[in-house]
Design a protein around this ligand. Structure first.
Ligand SMILES: Nc1ncnc2c1ncn2[C@@H]1O[C@H](COP(=O)(O)OP(=O)(O)O)[C@@H](O)[C@H]1O
Ligand SMILES: [Mg+2]
Length: 397
């Protein structure tokens, strides 16, 4: 069988000549569709009929995000033309437009083979369905403005683990993960993106997940996030849902750092990319048993929190107010913040976390959790108390 390949090139004459040459010659490659533009290409690639694409360097709107989506679709990319630009985009396989059809066909076959190194066994060999686990999933969300989602998620996970509760910490921030760095895990682990890739191919089972969610302490596993924000298409919502479902069978708790965006209506959203991008966030929120909304204590952040809560598709989110300090509001900050949240969002905060710059900075600098670097800090103590309540474990001070 010939390798089915797509073309998305700007030189129609070159394209027509190549299609002819592939048809007439015995090169092992056949053009199954000539895509008119990038949108056409992405849609065709997602449909799964082709194994590779011959792509012009100067195709309109071609960027890393598009290439990531082709990678997710399992379509090998062979660039044609400007080698420097293709290099910058990270395209590994490049052919010159003047190359012979046989040489181009060989490049296609080599590129497909490189993708197939991570090849998938046929459906029959895929793992059988496993029974759903009973683990509890906590999604940690918060509005834009860095209110402390990652700090809270990481510390909650390390505290749960410290209380003897097995926990998986998942970095699902589609705007670029920070969990690995926060915990000083500097090597690039495959993490969540790899788990999602296996899941979308029907290959993820509990054992494979256990390998990707590496154990960092006795009770704590970490599924690291995407290291570059432009890799977000790899966090496909369906795959994320499956990963989280399997996490329930791996550990008693799963804590997901979700990032911030919530826009979902592609019709109404001004930013269609954001709408699609937030699919993973919304999936995690939807899958969670507990949704935590982290906000920061100052007036601007509280207003963002109130607006965010209105859009948050969760029944009873647990509001956690971070960076609480005197002077941020007139009067007693906790009383004032509670009153404001009651009035504008109809919610009562579950926890107030104190502002603790020194401990937070030191933890970040050392690449350690607050649990390790500042066990006595009031910030750590407050998150520990929250963890104890969540897990139903008594916490001694
Ligand atoms: N309670 C706190 N007091 C002081 N600094 C904090 C507190 N919580 C978080 N930070 C700091 O604020 C910054 C942003 O926190 P982070 O958890 O990364 O936010 P997000 O994940 O919401 O973007 C980090 O430098 C972190 O150390
Ligand atoms: Mg973060």
């Amino acid at each position: 069988m010939k390798v089915p390949v797509l073309t998305a090139v700007t030189d129609a004459r070159w394209e027509a000549g190549l299609v002819q040459a592939f048809e007439n010659g015995d090169h092992g490659v056949a053009v199954v569709r000539r895509c008119v533009d990038l949108a056409d290409l992405l849609a065709t690639a997602a449909a799964g009929t082709a194994r590779a694409v011959l792509l012009s360097a100067d195709l309109r709107r071609l960027d890393r995000e598009a290439l990531a989506r082709l990678a997710v679709a399992g379509v090998a990319v062979i660039g044609v033309g400007d080698r420097e630009r293709l290099d910058r985009l990270g395209v590994l396989h490049v052919v010159a437009a003047v190359a012979e059809p046989a040489g181009i066909a060989n490049a296609v076959i080599a590129a497909v083979a490189a993708v197939a190194v991570t090849a998938l066994p046929p459906r029959a060999e895929r793992p059988a369905e496993e029974p759903e686990g009973t683990g509890h999933v906590v999604a940690v969300w918060g509005p834009t403005g860095a209110p402390g989602r990652t700090t809270f998620a990481v510390t909650l996970a390390t505290e749960l683990a410290g209380l003897g509760v097995t926990t998986t910490l998942v970095d699902a921030d589609v705007y670029g993960g920070a969990v690995a760095q926060t915990l000083g895990l500097l090597d690039e682990a495959p993490g969540l993106a790899a788990a999602v890739r296996l899941a979308t191919n029907g290959l993820l089972d509990r054992a494979a997940l256990a390998e990707l969610a590496r154990a960092v302490t006795e009770n704590l596993r970490v599924l690291t996030g995407i290291t570059r924000a432009d890799r977000w298409p790899e966090l496909r919502p369906n795959g994320v849902a499956e990963v989280l479902a399997l996490c329930r069978g791996l550990t008693a708790f799963t804590v997901v750092d979700c990032g911030f965006g919530l826009e979902q209506d592609e019709e109404l959203s001004y930013d269609q990319t954001a709408a699609r991008r937030n699919g993973a966030t919304l999936t995690a929120i939807d899958a969670a048993d507990t949704v935590v909304a982290v906000g920061s204590a100052d007036p601007v952040s509280l207003q963002r929190l109130v607006r965010g809560l209105a859009d948050l598709p969760a029944v009873a989110p647990e509001v956690v107010v971070n960076r609480v300090r005197n002077g941020v509001m007139p009067g007693n900050p906790e009383t004032e913040i509670a009153a404001a949240l009651k009035r504008y969002a109809g919610v009562e905060p579950r926890a107030f976390l104190p502002y603790d710059r020194v401990s937070a900075d030191e933890a970040t600098m050392r690449g350690l959790s607050l649990t390790e670097s500042a066990p006595r800090s009031p910030l750590r103590q407050a998150i520990r108390a929250y963890a104890g309540r969540l897990a139903g474990v008594e916490v001694r001070r």
